[in-house]
Ligand binder design. Structure first.
Ligand code: SAH
Ligand code: SF4
Ligand code: F3S
Length: 438
């Protein structure tokens, strides 16, 4: 009889890709994916803890499976990911959800198959494996890819930056880079298999090669090597840290054949006192110089950023500095977050936490400003014909994106297939471009 699995993923692209590895394991054991809760024989929750809301959402979702599992006693439920890597949370999950069979952290997620088989073969009723970090790279597990035309590729794991608000370094461990040859050969195979977009993943891709690699390669060299691969595809990468993004890397992007002119460069805020408190290791001036340098080499660059509003002690004036930075840089996309206290991080113990209603007001103001900037910026595409990768067809509409990640709705599509097409832009609606194939 066919067995089914369901994976519920929270958090960033790193987690999305890790879920593809878990799916890879399940597919290799003969399971098929399902969206229907009751149909699943194995359910995996891959959690995130970057903000409180992500944790609450995961806990709520897991709780919902209690009555379902009561009806289907041999269903296996596993919880993994960043939230679980915090020992207190892992213990809480193990105790309050006795119907959960497997609890495992980020450092040993590549061992999922072993844990699942141990429960399947009735060797163990429950598995609890939250372990300390291993100094070696995790073993690579075959992925079952689910992101359409795009393929995620890990180039490194972990983070050494310890921004004072952030939990990631505690739950993902220290930076470890995969060997360059291994990454290039994975990318080659993906292009041969028809993927049109490759996204290189790391918490701070610009420090690729600094640690745990043979010390020989840096990010610029890696980009050059991946760019040499023959074929019709786009290379993207996430995430760059402003303190480390070098002119060398920007020049490689500018002179490349395949690398997207899209750079996500999280600034977090536009005030030097707060940047220092956040331990970001750059100033607003340094950041703006970097932006100028990027715009000089890549005039059509598509910039995006992350902003945290309401970091402890943030005043109205400090927040105004962030709004001014947005006006200066003119990003295409801004991801705005309300500061969320994370237990165990230095910022959690700082004085001067900001009330939630003020944080809400500030984030709304930030996003409203950005919507205006974005609408203005998109006007440059009106009447232009641009290269677009058609990615999805949903409810009669065809969606795509430009090489630099701008969303496009494509009308009058005769035959849909995941591929590059030339689209003439006729209209802008709610920060989306609308056009037709020419
Ligand atoms: N390594 C990446 C991604 C980190 S998490 C980077 O450095 O950009 C993604 C974003 O979540 C961060 O850029 C930050 O804006 C936000 N974030 C992290 N911790 C947060 C917290 N405690 N509260 C609110 N937002 C947070
Ligand atoms: Fe978190 Fe900072 Fe590392 Fe990004 S660079 S993951 S924000 S500690
Ligand atoms: Fe990503 Fe969330 Fe972990 S943002 S690294 S899944 S804490």
């Amino acid at each position: 009889m066919q067995k089914y699995y369901k994976i519920v993923t929270f958090g960033c692209q790193m987690n999305v890709h890790e879920s593809e590895k878990i799916a890879g394991t399940l597919e290799s054991l003969g399971y098929k994916a399902t969206e229907i809760d009751e149909q699943a024989d194995v359910v995996v929750f891959n959690t995130c803890c970057v903000r409180e809301a992500a944790e609450q959402k995961a806990l709520g979702n897991i709780g919902k499976f209690k009555p379902i599992k009561k009806q289907k006693k041999d269903m296996i439920i596993a919880v993994c990911g960043c939230m679980v890597q915090q020992e207190k949370r892992a213990e809480q999950i193990y105790k309050t959800f006795p119907f959960v069979n497997i609890v495992f952290g980020t450092h040993n997620s590549y061992k999922f198959k072993e844990y699942l088989e141990s429960v399947l073969n009735k060797k163990q009723k429950r598995v609890y494996q939250v372990v300390k970090e291993d100094p070696c790279l995790p073993l690579e597990v075959e992925s079952f890819r689910t992101s359409g035309a795009n393929a995620w590729v890990n180039i490194m794991y972990g983070c050494n930056n310890f921004c004072t608000y952030c939990i990631v370094p505690y739950v993902r461990g220290r930076e470890k880079s995969r060997p360059m040859e291994e990454i290039v050969s994975e990318c080659k195979k993906l292009v041969e298999n028809g993927y049109k977009e490759i996204t290189l993943l790391g918490q701070n891709v610009n420090s690729y090669g600094n640690t745990f690699n043979n010390g020989k390669n840096n990010f610029a060299e890696l980009l050059k090597e991946v760019d040499k691969i023959e074929g019709n595809f786009v290379i993207k990468f996430l995430t760059s840290h402003p303190k480390d993004l070098s002119e060398e890397v920007v020049k490689v992007i500018a002179n490349s054949k395949h690398i997207s002119h899209m750079i996500h460069l999280p600034v977090q805020c536009g005030n030097n006192r707060l940047l220092k408190l956040m331990n970001r290791n750059y100033t607003v001036e340094h950041y703006l110089n970097t932006i100028d340098m990027i715009k000089k080499h890549i005039p059509d660059v598509n910039l995006s950023t992350d902003i945290i509003v309401g970091f402890p002690t943030e005043t109205e004036e400090d927040f105004e500095d962030t709004l001014n930075l947005l006006k200066k840089v003119q990003y295409n996309t801004v991801f705005g977050f309300i500061y969320s206290k994370r237990s165990g991080t230095p910022a959690d113990k700082m004085e001067g936490h900001i009330p939630l209603d003020i944080k809400r007001k500030r984030v709304n103001k930030l996003l409203a400003l950005q919507r205006e900037i974005e609408k203005e910026k998109l006007k440059r595409f009106l009447g232009q014909t641009i290269k677009v990768l058609m990615t999805d067809r949903k409810e009669g509409k065809v969606f795509g994106k430009t090489d630099c990640g701008i969303n496009v709705i494509i009308e009058n599509v005769q035959e849909f297939k995941v591929d590059f097409v030339n689209v003439k832009i006729n209209e802008i609606k709610n920060t989306k471009l609308i056009g037709e194939i020419v």
